[in-house]
Design a protein around this ligand. Structure first.
Ligand code: SF4
Length: 292
């Protein structure tokens, strides 16, 4: 049970009659030498951090030290205009809330990274509060997300310096999509389809943080990432097939990451970081300019 590919996890589920969450419990017990109880206790601890970071971002004064972020989550949450429907609007606000807490050095659960930490909490809290999913099901949803993360880590990279933002917010969106499909009763095959959709939508997304800070565009990419997760889950649950299988999409992210210019991989030298305004922000915050 080495699980190099998502299709291998799906095969394991088919042959054992287990779902993807239980497959990951087996994996954790075998590879980390932990008990089932320890697995779930750890997941509950992570979920608590996720919930608290959402709450903090939505209820406390959150202004990042650079000044770039200023209670954006609350502004989205309280806006009178709603282009998204109530559920997705709240999901977006929750993703931004965690991004802001992270920018303010608050406690977040990296899932898979700090830069993309808003997407999974936003998905899970939204499934609980807006889709009436009982809290006790969330650890299993996190296990399904971890299956996607495990295979992504083995075949691509979570690092913005290697795979750009598709490695961070892209993989988080795929993990979120898989969780949603699982919680809404989708099949293992549909979980894989949702992963394919989410990653294809993120293909080639560069990492270009302004002033090298995980704020702009990171926070709003979490907002779009959670929307990507819900859209991808919706398509998979409607029976759409990702024409390129999820495992092949993951492998393509590695190739695309390798082909990306180093200036677009967390160097702070290209893209938004290298715009006139991006350079001015860096000068204001650090009194330095991005390297040419
Ligand atoms: S832009 Fe770069 S630093 Fe920001 S979330 Fe994406 S990968 Fe992370």
């Amino acid at each position: 049970m080495e699980f190099q590919l998502l299709s291998e996890i799906a095969d394991y589920c088919r042959s054992t009659g287990k779902d993807m969450a239980q497959a990951m419990v087996d994996y954790e017990m075998k590879h980390r030498g932990v008990t089932r109880e320890q697995v779930y206790n750890n997941l509950k601890r992570i979920l608590l951090v996720m919930e608290e970071s959402v709450e903090q971002g939505l209820t406390q004064q959150v202004i990042s030290p650079s000044g770039m972020l200023d209670n954006w989550a609350k502004k989205i949450h309280d806006a009178n205009v709603n282009t998204l429907g109530a559920s997705l609007k709240k999901a977006v606000a929750r993703a931004v809330a965690v991004g802001e807490v992270n920018a303010c050095m608050g406690k977040i659960a990296a899932a898979p990274t700090a830069g993309s930490a808003g997407i999974m909490p936003a998905v899970l809290v939204t499934m609980m509060d807006e889709h009436n999913v009982p809290r006790q099901r969330l650890p299993d949803a996190l296990l399904v997300a971890s299956a996607v993360g495990l295979i992504f880590a083995k075949n691509s990279s979570f690092a913005g310096s290697e795979a750009g933002c598709m490695g961070e917010t892209g993989s988080a969106a795929a993990m979120g999509a898989a969780s949603i499909v699982y919680l809404l009763g989708g099949t293992t095959e549909q979980i894989l389809e949702s992963v394919g959709f989410a990653l294809k939508a993120s293909m080639g997304l560069v990492c270009d943080p302004v002033a090298g800070l995980v704020e702009e565009p990171c926070t709003t990419r979490n907002a779009v990432g959670v929307a990507n997760a819900f859209v991808s889950a919706q398509m998979a649950l409607a029976g759409l097939r990702s024409l390129i299988p999820a495992d092949e999409v993951i492998q393509a992210t590695r190739e695309v990451g390798e082909l990306m210019s180093p200036r677009l991989k967390e160097s702070g030298q290209g893209g938004l970081a290298n715009t006139k305004t991006g350079r001015e922000i860096q000068k204001r915050v650090f009194r330095t300019e991005p390297q040419k």
